[in-house]
Design a protein around this ligand. Sequence first.
Ligand code: ADP
Ligand code: ZN
Ligand code: ZN
Length: 741
Amino acid sequence: MTQTSSTESLLLEIALPVPLRRCFDYLPPADITPSALQPGALVRVPFGHQELIGVLIKVKTESAQDLGKLRHALAIIDPRPALDSELLDLCLWAADYYQCAPGEALQTALPVLLRQGEPAQLRGEPVFRLTTEGKGLPEGALKRSPKQAALLAALQTHHQLSRNDLDLLDIPRSIAKSLIDKGLARIDEIVPSQAPHPAELLREQPLVLSDEQQAAFAQIDYGSFKTYLLDGATGSGKTEIYLQAIEQSLKQGKQALVLVPEIGLTPQTLQRFQRRFNLPIVALHSGLNDRERLDAWLQARDGIARIIIGTRSALFTPLKEPGILIIDEEHDGSFKQQDGFRYSARDLAAVRAHRLGIPLILGSATPSLETLHNAIQGRYQYLRLKARAGNAKPPEIQLLDIRGEILHEGFAQASIDAIGDTLGKGNQVLVFLNRRGYAPTLECHDCGWLANCNHCDARMTVHQTPRHLHCHHCDHQRGIPKRCPSCNSSKIQPIGQGTERSEVVLQQLFPAHKVIRVDRDSTRNKNSMQKLLVDVHSGEPCILVGTQMLAKGHHFADVTLVVIIDADAGLFSTDFRGAERMGQLLLQVAGRAGREEKSGRVILQSHHTDHPLVQTLVQQGYHALADLILHERQITQLPPYRHLALIRAESKQAIAAVNFLQTARKIAEQLQAPHPLLNYLGPLPAMMEKRGDRFRYQLQINSAQRKPLQQLLSELALQLEVSPLAKRVRWSIDVDPQEMG
Ligand code: ADP
Ligand code: ZN
Ligand code: ZN
């Protein structure tokens, strides 16, 4: 019993999933050996009247809490820690930096099943293999079902395929089932283990890099930490560089972690990796169920998966042999979490790569101004690709002044003609409009009544399929009235354009062609995006109409014309990032055109063709626009020249939110008096003051240096947490906020 008694003087510091910025001390579970107490292990503990699962942060001998009141932890869920020290430290660092409760940050990093107490162990995984009968089938069998034939061929080459492999090869599970029903294939359970590295890492030969690509590629150092900005237009060959950089890393026996925006995680991207590499790849995407997600996570941790591709939270994937981190489309807003643990996966990737001593590549055609600034200042190594890879030429952008033009449901005649022309030549058209629904609002022609949301400072959007009014901010829905609720007139009409309406109009104008709408409504179901895009990839002339979902990551080889219905949407935003976002979005959309041999053309409809931002963007491109905006940011003392934090508060009573923030400001000013290098703004109403029946206010803190801001926020957060006013509001701290609303 000597071993048990030796835990007697030990205490466990545990992070629990509660919104308090502190850890909790417990006595070790009874009958446990000290060796089972490893930081990073999950622990079940009593908390009030409930039981919670927390993460063991450290084992210590002293507590600031009253020892007599400490309770015993109930059990260590798995003596092998779920989080290794690297990941645990990263999460704690991030919790501290983003002013989040440590337990909440750790929640985000852990797969759901681990949080629920599932042991962090790989289970047997079903794999598909051929039966003797299947193996005996001659090549070219199953000709009548091409999908079955494809699966047969894949099984003959690879001997076994996991469910993940089927997804990557785009083979529906029903096809696998048909082969099983025919007695040609069977399912075996195997526990994956780290296979010896295959002699040949590659399935296909890499492309020969262009001089420019080669120059960029040659600068990457795989043995130490450095952040690289790979800045190159869409189609300039960035992905090819990622693939070859990953290859270098894999050759050294290392793993690669690649983050992509949610929308960009298309089968196209995955298949490109799958085609290239002969090593296990896992994809962490929103289509996985909890068990699949945990399996992928464990395979990365145990070194089985060599390439991990995922969205934001995949940053927290444990890696046995980390070699390189890559963030594609680094400017994309989805890398910043907007609630709870408000981290930026892009910024944390730099922290993680630094701690691991490995390279980080940030890639974009339209880098964020923060990243661009870092590259210009020399903090990041600047790698630039100016030409398009292969034979593709950059698209020609034509600014179309629509002031005074008679528009046909939003379309200028010149745009309609261009669409007709393009279809006539057998090519495809992409129409971009960043507003889903039929029309942004409903108006009474007689009295001017507008369909407002009762719960928000916002208009209700008109939807036709199905017919209803929908508030996109609080999700409130109601029917479309037949008569004006204000004057009883029957002349109420939808005003403005949404994607549904453009779809209807385009279908009327071009009845012989398919019009395919891509937005959040049309892609709600699993795989619906892929289904919609089947027609597009068949190459038939057609029109794609959609929101920014279309702007990201897709490769439409036959699109030669892009029409942007409303280029002005971002110009007059009250968010200081409005212009930057507009530039990024327009160029990302424009970049969809003419990617292969066919050259592309972009029509930008605008009411403000002489606006300096629009002019600069069209005539000189994104980098000139970025220079202009950076200059403005320097003068107005905004990021990347200053550091920002927002304290937000919302409440059903506006006064409660305002009072809370006034108190916050008072406390803050006592901690750090306002000074030219650190100042306060607010409380001010948020851009949309009322949303979902809550009044929203914010206090902005702007600092020239990061350290004093961090110190201030940490102290402020602790004081606010215990303030009685905090009980009457929902409040949060957002460090490096991306959305100012
Ligand atoms: P990006 O990621 O910058 O959009 P990609 O790497 O996807 O660019 O390249 C765009 C297209 O050009 C792809 O079809 C790719 O196969 C092709 N490509 C890239 N690099 C080369 C190269 N060195 N030689 C020939 N084709 C290339
Ligand atoms: Zn009316
Ligand atoms: Zn609403």
